[in-house]
Each structure stands twice: as C-alpha cells, then as structure tokens.
Design a protein around this ligand. Sequence first.
Ligand SMILES: Cc1cc2nc3c(=O)[nH]c(=O)nc-3n(C[C@H](O)[C@H](O)[C@H](O)COP(=O)(O)O)c2cc1C
Length: 265
Amino acid sequence: MKKVTAFIGTETRRGTYRAVQEFEKGLLQHGEVDFEYVFLSDYHLEFCRGCKMCFDKGEQYCPLKDDRDVLLQKMELSDGVVLATPNYAFHVSARMKNLLDRIAFINHRPRFFGKPCTAIVTQGIFGGGAIVKYLCSAARYMGFRTASGCCVNTLEPMTEQQEKSLVRKTRKAADTFYKELNRATPPPSFGSLMMFRLSRTSIKNIDHDFRDYQHFRDKGWFESDYYHDTRLGPVKKMAGGLFDLMAQLMVRLRQARQPDSRGGG
Ligand SMILES: Cc1cc2nc3c(=O)[nH]c(=O)nc-3n(C[C@H](O)[C@H](O)[C@H](O)COP(=O)(O)O)c2cc1C
C-alpha cells in the first residue's frame, strides 16, 4: 500500500485540515492509501540561523538539535507528500516556511526522486494560487515531481458554494496526485535536464571540501545523464551535451571575471 504524508503548516484544525481530509477521501476513492497527517506544530523545529553548515559541510553539522530529521524521515518513508498551508500575508505560514528553510540543503543535493508532491493552500480572499506554484517549485528543487495542487477559499463562515468548491477542487487534486503516485518516473523535462547540467558543472568547480562537491562526486552525478537512472532519447542526449558546454562557458566567464572566487553556498 502506498504511504502518503501531509505536512500541515497550521495548528488549527479548521480550513486547511478540512481540505486535506477531503483530499484524503478523494485518494481513498481510487484505492487503499496509508495517509498520515503531520501537523508541524506538534514538532519542535527551531529557526535556521543561516550558518550554512548544512550547505557547506553537511546537514549533520547543523547546530540546531530538534525534530528536523524526524520530519525528514517521514518524507523519506513516504511514497508521496502533500504540503498544506493557509495563506498568511500572501505566503505560506511561518511554520511551513521554516520547514522549507531547515531542509533547504536538499535543494542543493536533491533526493526525493520518483515521489510525487502536491500543494494544498487555503485562503480567505486571494493570493493563494501563487503559493501553490511556489510550493510546487520548492518541491521540484528537492527532487519531487509535482502534481498540480489546489487553492481553496475557507474563510468562515463558508457558504454552501464554497463548501462545494472545496470538495470539487480537493478531489480533482487527489485524482491527479493518485495517478502520479502510481506512474513510473518519467525522463526529465528539458528544463530539469538543463538545471541539472548547469548545477553539476558549477559544483564541479567549487572547493572539493564542500559537501555539495563530495555528494555529486559520490553519487556519480558528474558523469551521469541525470540525477537518477533514466533513458534520455537522442534529442535530449544532444541537448544535455549542449547544456554541459554552455555551463562550462559560464563557469569560465565567471572565473575570468573573479579569478579567486571559488566557493560554495
Ligand atoms: C495571520 C493571517 C494572515 C492571513 N493572510 C491572508 C492573506 O494574505 N490572504 C488571504 O486570502 N487570506 C489570509 N488569511 C486567511 C487565511 O488564509 C484563511 O482564514 C485560512 O482558511 C486559514 O486556515 P485555517 O482555517 O486552516 O486556520 C490570513 C489569516 C491569518 C490568521
């Protein structure tokens, strides 16, 4: 049975919880799913101090001792992930942003390949659509592939029409997510392939003591076609070669401008 975990960025058991519950019901209409609700407020997560130890030396050197790794392990043990948050001042809640900050090293060393992620955002009036896009983009940087999520209006008291809209939108998001949950990992898009090739060339040229360099080297990412095993067709193979050349040129130009600027971060 597939395991899906929803990380919820509010402690209220109101609109966001309700939307996630409807999403879960939508998944269960398709088949059995082991669904877990993780309220971030139930975990101890300190604010990032910006020391960059996780980027430079490795996440195990983070000076904060809290539940970060408990939450990370929950992501790792899931087949799919939901990021759910209310719209607070036109962005994710501080709890959700703090989680994303604390695991930002994964943007440098992505790991969640083959897993779908989606976003559920609740709001009073407007601005939530951009938040859904933001969360999906953050998830892609971590290696997830994303299923289009949804934004629902949950300001109380909800009208009958809003209630219906909540059910319709969350069920639609669940349908899309369920398909992704059961789909084999597709080859990377041109955009993802380009990002991979540019990142790896840039990382190849940083100090070899940096964790990103060692991680890419140990994973064989300096030589591989992509982060994970995949079959690139001839056109993408050729595009990959061009992206590598482009990346080398960019690194040379940067070095010519700042000959002593090797470093990470
Ligand atoms: C601090 C705070 C800031 C908010 N900012 C916005 C906002 O910028 N735009 C909006 O449409 N709704 C905003 N809202 C409304 C919430 O997004 C909305 O009520 C949501 O349903 C709350 O989720 P909950 O019911 O799960 O607690 C805000 C609510 C709070 C408490």
